[in-house]
Ligand binder design. Structure first.
Ligand code: NAG
Ligand code: NAG
Ligand code: NAG
Length: 357
């Protein structure tokens, strides 16, 4: 009942556009009928389960979903950014297990039209023309690829971005238990993660919390002292942006609460829409990858055997001389990062002949 009321109320204000400055809070538990309240650009669409699919797992695409009306972030005639509070549920489903990119961001921008922005490490938030020009924006990024250009700390972090993709503050993704223990969370692990962002305009403090559960944790993951008065304009748009690069994930928003007049409600995760995308399709893709990799391996092994037999033939003649190449072929373990890096390189450089196989 209450939700229906909120929905009708939203429709009214979005269509009449007369009382935009009165928008104090909104709530979406799924987005099935929310299209009139949102501005969707890029490849973004509302999936049939009711989730916003910001991007598919296609390479180098961007997508945005913004609330259709600007939010008043400063009282009339006063240059002080007001407190705000938001909670939302995200999910990132990588094209291949644990190899996803590039991430998504909650953003507050002066325009909801970011269609000219760049994919990959820019997360669809900036384009090359406005990288330097201090286009006023604030974002909290959920980044799954390490970009050295922006001094990212790792390939699974949460960062606060102010007018720049180089985070003012960032930390590995995780959540803090009541006894202050930090538990790691894999952003592109394909599961639902709830995030809370609270800005306190008196303490000038911005807190970010994450959790795989419905309850808001007591302790923050990331806290940053900042006065957003110089960053935010009087009226700004709030929403989400995501992008893919050579590595790609499907990026989803499953629910969203936003509040200018108090703490945003937490989302009850079981009441949210299902993450779309058939498991079958994913399995097929993975088995396709395995097939290609095993074919490639067999070719390498055959080539190796041919080379080895040549050497063995030679060795029988030359007695038991240890060849230099034998030492080079000792056991070598690859770290996950090495694999991920060579994978990125591979799709960038070697993909053409690989697909030929
Ligand atoms: C951006 O700023 C950097 C350093 O301030 C400068 O080297 C670069 O040329 C600028 N790029 C553009 C497009 O203005
Ligand atoms: C904190 O609590 C978790 C579970 O509630 C437990 O597994 C962990 O060992 C605790 N850590 C400390 C330092 O007490
Ligand atoms: C916003 O905060 C007010 C005051 O605490 C509360 O009454 C309202 O239900 C909240 N709305 C949302 C969507 O969180």
């Amino acid at each position: 009942m209450a939700q229906t009321f909120v929905f009708i109320w939203l429709l009214l204000i979005c269509f009449t556009n007369l009382v935009s400055s009165l928008t104090q809070d909104f709530s979406f538990v799924g987005f099935k009928r929310a299209a009139p309240n949102l501005i969707l650009t890029g490849v973004t669409e509302i999936a049939n389960t009711g989730a916003i699919r910001l991007t598919t797992d296609t390479q180098r695409v961007i997508g945005h979903a913004f609330y259709c009306l600007p939010i008043r972030f400063k009282p009339t005639g006063v240059n002080r950014a007001l407190s705000f509070s938001t909670s939302f549920a995200i999910a990132m489903v990588p094209e291949f297990v644990t190899l996803g990119g590039h991430g998504l961001a909650f953003a507050i921008t002066s325009t909801p039209d970011l269609r000219g922005s760049l994919p990959s490490q820019y997360l669809g938030l900036l384009n090359s023309n406005i990288v330097n020009f201090s286009s006023h924006f604030f974002a909290v990024e959920f980044d799954t690829v390490r970009d050295l250009e922006f001094e990212d700390i790792n390939d699974n972090h949460v960062g606060i971005d102010i007018n720049s993709m180089e985070s003012s503050s960032s930390t590995p993704a995780g959540y803090i238990l009541a006894n202050s223990t930090k538990k790691e969370l894999f952003l592109d692990g394909g599961r639902v993660i709830q995030a809370w962002i609270d800005y306190d305009s008196i303490k000038k403090m911005l807190d970010v919390k994450l959790s795989p559960f419905s309850e808001k944790p007591k302790l923050y993951l990331l806290s940053y002292i900042v006065d957003l008065s110089s960053v935010l304009g009087d009226e700004m748009y709030v929403g989400f942006s995501a992008s893919t690069g050579l590595l790609a994930s499907s990026h989803y928003i499953l629910g969203w609460n936003f509040n200018m007049s108090g703490e945003a409600w937490s989302l009850s995760l079981p009441s949210l829409p299902r993450i779309p995308g058939s498991i079958k399709k994913k399995k097929k893709k993975i088995s396709g990858l395995i097939l290609r990799v095993s074919l490639l391996c067999s070719l390498l092994i055959i080539a190796g055997l041919v080379v080895a037999s040549l050497f063995v033939g030679k060795k029988v003649k030359d007695e038991d001389r240890v060849e230099e190449w034998e030492l080079d072929f000792g056991p070598h373990r690859f770290s996950y990062r090495e694999l991920k890096e060579s994978y990125e390189w591979f799709w960038g450089q070697g993909a053409s002949w690989f697909w030929w196989i």
